[in-house]
Write a protein that binds this ligand. Structure first.
Ligand SMILES: CCCCCCCC/C=C\CCCCCCCC(=O)SCCNC(=O)CCNC(=O)[C@H](O)C(C)(C)COP(=O)(O)OP(=O)(O)OC[C@H]1O[C@@H](n2cnc3c(N)ncnc32)[C@H](O)[C@@H]1OP(=O)(O)O
Length: 134
């Protein structure tokens, strides 16, 4: 998705403007894309929160990266195609290697999608694979 999730000390925010090829019903954003945004931003939020609680600078080694164990998405209203989407992520629960993140998508100030990501800290061999990807 190439999104940039920015942590503000309390929640993480990402922005994404869908393109016409992200259409399902004309005029509206494809739900699978919205689910992917919740997924990617949810795992990014988990990572940022893990760095924050340990007082570390985000993105520094040893890396704290997360896999999606569970992804739940509720499409509350159709999401219009055109305006920028703002994706929010907030930690609901953090215990051991698991972080539960609530995430939602706003467009024109209205929440159209709401979701929850259960993120689990990635094992070292997967972090290596992420670091070495082309
Ligand atoms: C703001 C700045 C940010 C900067 C930083 C940016 C960083 C981001 C950078 C780059 C990111 C790129 C990466 C993105 C990745 C995107 C997401 C994906 O596509 S991931 C691919 C799809 N997911 C899989 O393929 C997982 C497959 N599943 C597994 O490998 C395992 O099942 C795994 C690792 C998820 C868990 O297995 P176990 O054996 O390691 O651990 P166990 O003990 O089973 O679970 C740990 C805890 O999680 C709960 N858990 C596990 N699965 C659950 C589930 N389905 N639902 C609810 N809870 C679950 C368990 O109950 C347990 O909780 P209890 O500690 O007991 O409280």
């Amino acid at each position: 998705m190439q999104i940039k999730s920015v942590w503000d000390g309390n929640e993480a925010i990402a922005r994404f403007t869908p393109r016409p090829y992200h259409t399902a019903v004309p005029g509206y954003v494809y739900g699978g894309l919205l689910a992917s945004l919740i997924d990617c931003h949810g795992t990014g939020t988990a990572s940022a929160a893990a760095y924050a609680v340990t007082g570390r600078e985000p993105g520094t080694a040893p890396y704290l990266r997360y896999l999606t164990a569970s992804l739940r998405v509720n499409f509350l209203k159709p999401t219009p195609l055109g305006p920028e989407l703002v994706i929010h992520g907030r930690v609901k629960e953090m215990a051991g290697r698991k972080v539960v993140v609530e995430a939602w998508i706003e467009v024109n100030g209205e929440t159209t999608v709401q979701g929850e990501v259960v993120a689990v800290q990635a094992p070292d061999h997967m972090i290596e694979a992420l670091l070495n990807r082309a």
